[in-house]
Design a protein around this ligand. Structure first.
Ligand SMILES: [Zn+2]
Length: 380
């Protein structure tokens, strides 16, 4: 009876029921062992044919051995000799990792989209290059999304010392889906290269290959995949404008597009998670966890970094390094759990040398695969 009582009281999971008679099931073991350890052992063993054969031989031996008993107490023993192998099989199977859904991501195509944006010139607000790129981005998204909208607004930009017209570009996929994921990046370029080692260039615009074009390039390529292979959730891709037109050291002068979007967003827009991409094209890619993301959306950080590990993207480092003022902050303030995927260790940040040759298709592909893993496996 002690085994029955133990089993019924301790039923927090199916696997725990296997504690009933572990001392009998495991040859040479004279004390019950934690079921979880046993389940793990069998998960590992089940990965090989030899392990599976051994497992089923032990099941059969246990069941036959149970048939020797005939008294009432021994009938009970016989029952749990017979049931336990099945319970252990279920608990072992429950531990096996679910296979990931991961469509392919074309890093070279993403790199070409990065170059295409840079070919317009720096996408500084209120310039012809900015306007031409906006037209291009809208046309690209219209090929793939169910709906593309331009959220137009005006903002005084400190670095330009004037009020300019800005546009957030919003592309929605499967608009009827209630479970949604937000993917975002900024598409503007910084007007002033104030980190350039050559001080005579501090008033020149930043080409923005990594700082701007890289995140947009990855998400344009993701948009193609969303059209080709519809994911199990709805997706909204937002390209924010006016992110990088602030004055260094004055964080409130940055993030014009995401601040406007957060202030005016529909209360029904409540995605389960969000991913912001910024500076993800560096050929020397190293992405540390970002501090604000960890503090305010740790569950999303854990999920994304876990997926990166499962698909072998080792450039997602397991530690926190930088706290960055970026477009995720206004959204976090409204309660949307958005994380920032950013490689902030980039020598060409806010310089005139932030050009496509500092970026690589391989880096864009690694980040793109992680984003696809998150979108296509939202239950994990
Ligand atoms: Zn920047």
């Amino acid at each position: 009876m002690e085994y029955w009582s133990f089993g019924l009281l301790d039923c927090r999971s199916v696997g725990v029921l296997g504690r009933w008679n572990l001392r009998n099931f495991i040859p040479g073991s004279d004390k019950p062992r934690p079921t979880q350890i046993l389940a793990d052992n069998y998960c590992q063993r089940l990965e090989t044919t030899r392990g599976m054969i051994t497992f089923f031989i032990r099941c059969v031996v246990s069941i036959r051995w149970g048939n020797f008993f005939s008294t009432r107490r021994r009938v009970i023993s016989s029952l749990h000799y017979s049931i336990t192998p099945l319970l252990l099989l279920f608990s072992a199977c429950d531990k096996a990792p679910k296979p990931l859904t991961l469509p392919p991501f074309d890093g070279q195509a993403a790199y070409e989209l990065l170059v295409k944006q840079c070919d317009f010139g720096p996408r500084v607000p209120d310039t012809p290059a900015h306007d031409s790129c906006r037209v291009f981005l809208v046309a690209e998204l219209q090929k793939y999304a169910d709906r593309v909208t331009e959220q137009k607004f005006e903002e005084h930009l400190a670095t330009l010392s004037k009020t300019v017209k800005l546009t957030n570009i919003i592309a929605s996929f499967d608009m009827a889906a209630t479970q949604r994921i937000l993917l975002c990046a900024h598409w503007d370029s910084r007007p002033r290269a104030d980190q350039d080692p050559d001080t005579s260039k501090h008033n020149d615009p930043v080409p923005g290959a990594n700082d701007g074009a890289s995140g947009v390039a990855v998400l344009l390529e993701v948009a193609k995949t969303l059209k080709r292979t519809p994911p199990p959730v709805g997706v909204d891709i937002i390209f924010f404008d006016g992110e990088d037109a602030g004055i260094s050291g004055q964080s409130e002068t940055y993030l014009a597009g995401s601040r406007y979007f957060a202030q005016t967003k529909d209360v029904r827009f409540n995605p389960m998670m969000g991913i912001l991409l910024d500076m993800v094209g560096d050929a020397d890619l190293q992405i540390y966890k970002e501090e604000n993301s960890v503090n305010y959306a740790s569950g999303v950080v854990d999920r994304v970094w876990s997926l990166a590990g499962r698909i072998g993207v080792a450039e997602f480092m397991p530690t926190v390094k930088h706290a960055v003022t970026d477009d995720h902050l206004p959204l976090l303030n409204t309660g949307v759990p958005v994380i920032d995927i950013i490689d902030f260790d980039y020598d060409h940040w806010h310089t005139t040398s932030d050009t496509p040759d500092k970026c690589s298709a391989q880096s864009l592909e690694k980040v793109g695969r992680v984003v696809l893993a998150a979108v296509y496996n939202p239950q994990l």
